[in-house]
Ligand binder design. Structure first.
Ligand SMILES: [Zn+2]
Length: 185
């Protein structure tokens, strides 16, 4: 318990106001989302976001696979403040190599489950190092953007069509240009 409290830091962003992200930070998060989508070729047939995450060496586990005591311990040490998921980084006892694990509340529907897993994945991709309110907002931005892209792909194959028409690099370059575009007077 003491440890969990110690890890919670006061939000430092936007003059100490809670829950507020500056617009450039939201764009950075969007770019990170598109960079993962592009690297992992999310538009390919048979793409599976859980396999993508596991392919990065991150373990993905269900809450129901742990004892209540272990789950409680994981939640206390999680990077995430969200009760629906856990994100743990810890060194291997022997090799000291950093191990990464995501766990999720497996009592939800498929899209809710995706939101939870992508939220926890975001803590890793955005290199969060401790629990914070702004970390939660960032992770939710990330998971919302990425899950929308996955749903749009499944229904409309937007990424696949763009890549077929213009090529893989064009896809990512266009997004970068769009996000970096100056306001037109
Ligand atoms: Zn979180």
């Amino acid at each position: 318990m003491e440890k969990a409290i110690k890890n919670i830091t006061a939000p430092q962003i936007a003059g100490g106001k809670k829950y507020i992200l500056p617009p450039w930070r939201i764009n950075e998060i969007l770019l990170e989302v598109f960079s993962v989508l592009s690297e992992e070729e999310y538009y390919k047939e048979g793409f599976d976001y859980k396999k993508m995450i596991e392919g990065m060496g991150i373990k993905v586990k269900k809450f129901s696979s742990f004892s209540p005591e272990n789950l409680e311990r994981f939640k206390e040490n999680s990077l995430s403040l969200w009760d629906e998921g856990v994100c743990l980084l810890f060194p291997d006892n022997e090799t000291r190599e950093q191990l990464r694990m995501i766990a999720y509340n497996d009592s939800h529907n498929a899209v809710e489950t995706m939101q939870i897993i992508l939220h926890e994945f975001a803590h890793i991709r955005l290199r969060h190092t401790q629990q914070s309110i702004n970390g939660e907002v960032e992770a939710t931005c990330f998971s919302m953007a990425m899950s929308l892209m996955f749903m749009m792909e499944e229904k409309f194959h937007i990424g696949m069509r763009a890549v077929q028409l213009e090529g893989k690099d064009f896809f990512m370059d266009s997004i970068r240009k769009c996000i970096g575009k100056k306001e037109v007077a």
